[in-house]
Ligand binder design. Structure first.
Ligand SMILES: Nc1ncnc2c1ncn2[C@@H]1O[C@H](COP(=O)(O)OP(=O)(O)O)[C@@H](O)[C@H]1O
Ligand SMILES: [Mg+2]
Length: 252
């Protein structure tokens, strides 16, 4: 579980996070949604400690992250997996070397143990053995995302952060990636936070959805509640997509 309390963050006097409080539960896909520029990435990076917040608290279970020392932060970081926009794989090394990278960096595992772990992770994201030695540029965009996810789970993290994990994918592949993240979240009981502006993701995997607008929490609920919400800003966001506007009206 991760909880944030009254987070404030400004850049050069411009307030980007204006007092956000929310809980992100373990074993669930917790989505943060909102328009481009609403503060999703800043919120995620603040929770990760990549930005220092101006005020407020960030709790990882019973650890107050805002008050921890650098040593405890380092330890916590190894319990966090990240999938960033674009995947950010290393292009000059193979698929399996990408997944092995965090194991080389942070563990004292033997080569054989690492190889087993790499195979386990790649197998979990449905990458076939014949792709292990290829470079990222030689595989499809959807496969690249799956490799990025395999790398993110290599250290068996308790927390998984994904910033727009399905950006740049066709809708069908995007759904496959969303469902994969959800099934890994269940299997490994991770606390997963996903930034997205994609309503399809909300409808597929929005077990808990936090809608932020202009740096403020506007609404929180589930995918089943979202289409019937009375929140004006939320409705403007959702029903900007004509398909969902029709669903709302019950049209075919
Ligand atoms: N490092 C930064 N320095 C200054 N302003 C930033 C920085 N990062 C983000 N911002 C500003 O914060 C606002 C929210 O950005 P962001 O969190 O990236 O939005 P989102 O991810 O929802 O599209 C934007 O107005 C952006 O310009
Ligand atoms: Mg963003």
């Amino acid at each position: 579980m991760i909880e944030v309390k009254n987070l404030h963050k400004a850049f050069d006097g411009d307030e980007v996070l204006k007092g956000i409080s929310s809980r992100f539960e373990k074993g669930k896909t917790n989505l943060i949604i909102g328009r481009s520029g609403s503060g999703k990435t800043v919120l995620l990076k603040s929770i990760l400690g990549l930005y220092d917040v101006d005020s407020g608290e960030i709790w990882y279970n019973d650890l107050n992250f805002t008050e921890t020392n650098e040593r405890d932060r380092k330890k916590l970081r190894q319990e966090i997996g990240m999938v960033f926009q674009g995947g950010a794989l290393f292009d000059s090394i193979s698929v399996e070397e990408n997944v092995r990278f965090p194991l080389d960096m942070f563990t004292t595992m033997t080569y054989g143990e690492k190889q087993n772990r790499v195979e386990f992770c790649l197998d979990h994201v449905n990458i076939e053995k014949k792709a292990f030695k290829l470079n990222p540029s030689e595989i499809s965009g959807g496969m690249q995302k799956r490799v990025a996810i395999a790398r993110a789970i290599a250290l068996n993290p308790k927390y998984l952060f994904c910033d727009e994990p399905n950006s740049g994918l066709d809708p069908e592949t995007a759904t496959v990636i969303d469902k994969l993240i959800q099934s890994l979240t269940k299997e490994f009981q991770m606390t997963t936070i996903i930034n997205t502006h994609d309503m399809n993701s909300v409808i597929e995997i929005g077990e808990s959805v936090l809608f932020i607008s202009n740096g403020e929490k506007e609404w929180v609920g589930t995918k089943n509640e979202i289409l019937n919400s009375e929140n004006k800003k939320l409705n403007d966001f959702i029903f900007a997509n004509k398909l969902y506007a029709q669903l709302k009206k019950g049209e075919k």
